[in-house]
Design a protein around this ligand. Structure first.
Ligand code: 5RP
Length: 244
C-alpha cells in the first residue's frame, strides 16, 4: 500500500533522499532527531537493506534509536564509534552562514555532541526554515533541574545586556510536568524574535553554571539540503571565505 503524503512530507522526503545518496558502505553515521530526520532514517534503512550496506548508526535520541533499530539499522554508541563519517539531522532555522537553531524536538545536546564528532554534517530543511537572522524560532536551552529557577533568572539578566528583540523565557512542559530530555534535564525556550550576535549569545549562555547546552549550532553544518513540496531538493554548501 502506498502512503498518501502531505506536501510537507514530500519536501522532507525529497531532502532526505538527497542525503541518503551520500551514504557509502562502511560509514559510521550520526542519526538526527525530528520528523525530517525520521524520513532520512526510513530511506537509509531501505538502502541498507537493498544494497546490503555495512553501516553503523549513532542515534541522537531514544526516539531515533528505536526507529532505526526497528528498521534493521545496526546501532552503536558514540563512545564505541569514536568518530563519525557523516551526520544527517534536521533544524528549526538556518541563516545565510548555515548557522542553525536546533532543539525543537528536545534532542539538542546529543545532536550537538554527535554533530561535532562528525567529518561531515548535512542538515535537512525546507524553505520555511530559512531566515536572514536567527531568533524567530524560540531558542532551546538545556538546563540542570537543580536550581533551574535561579538559572532562568540569570539567563533573563543576561538577555537584558544582549542585542535581542524579545526576552520571554518559557520552561518547556510535557502536560503538567516539566519536559525531560533523554539526559534528564529541563529545557527553557527563549523567545528572542531576533538574535543580533549568535556567537556571543551562545558563549554567554554556556558560561552559566546550570546551563548544559543551547540550541545554537554555529559553524557546525557543512551543507543544508532544502526539500521542496514538488519533490525536488537544493543543496547549499558552506563556503569558507577565509580559505583559498
Ligand atoms: C530536534 C531537532 C530537530 O532536528 C528540529 O526540531 C527539526 O525538526 P523537524 O524535522 O521535525 O522539523 O533539533 O531536537
Amino acid at each position: 500500500m502506498t502512503r498518501e503524503l502531505s506536501a510537507a512530507d514530500i519536501a522532507k522526503r525529497a531532502a532526505a533522499k538527497e542525503a541518503v545518496a551520500l551514504v557509502e558502505d562502511g560509514m559510521r553515521l550520526g542519526l538526527g532527531t525530528g520528523s525530517t530526520a525520521a524520513w532520512y532514517v526510513e530511506l537509509l534503512a531501505e538502502r541498507v537493506k537493498a544494497e546490503k550496506l555495512n553501516v553503523i548508526g549513532v542515534p541522537t535520541s531514544v526516539r531515533t534509536g528505536k526507529q532505526a533499530e526497528s528498521l534493521g539499522i545496526k546501532l552503536t554508541t558514540l563512545d564505541e564509534a569514536g568518530w563519525l563519517d557523516l551526520t544527517v539531522d534536521g533544524a528549526d532555522e538556518f541563516d545565510p552562514d548555515l548557522n542553525l537553531i536546533k532543539g525543537g524536538g528536545g534532542a539538542l545536546l546529543q545532536e550537538k555532541i554527535v554533530a561535532t564528532a562528525s567529518d561531515r554534517v548535512v542538515i535537512l530543511t525546507d524553505p520555511t526554515k530559512q531566515v536572514e537572522s536567527l531568533g524567530a524560532f524560540p531558542l532551546p536551552v538545556e538546563v540542570i533541574p537543580f536550581g533551574w529557577e535561579t538559572t532562568r533568572a540569570i539567563i533573563e539578566d543576561l538577555l537584558e545586556t544582549l542585542d535581542v528583540d524579545g526576552r520571554e523565557t518559557v520552561l518547556r512542559m510535557n502536560k503538567d510536568e516539566p519536559y525531560l530530555t533523554d539526559c534528564g534535564h529541563f529545557i527553557i525556550d527563549l523567545h528572542l524574535k531576533r538574535i543580533g550576535d549568535a556567537e556571543e549569545l551562545s558563549d554567554a549562555l554556556n558560561r552559566i553554571a546550570g546551563v548544559v547546552e543551547n540550541g545554537l549550532f554555529i559553524d557546525i553544518a557543512d551543507e543544508i539540503i532544502v526539500g521542496h513540496e514538488d519533490g525536488t531538493a537544493d543543496v547549499i554548501v558552506y563556503e569558507d571565505e577565509d580559505e583559498d
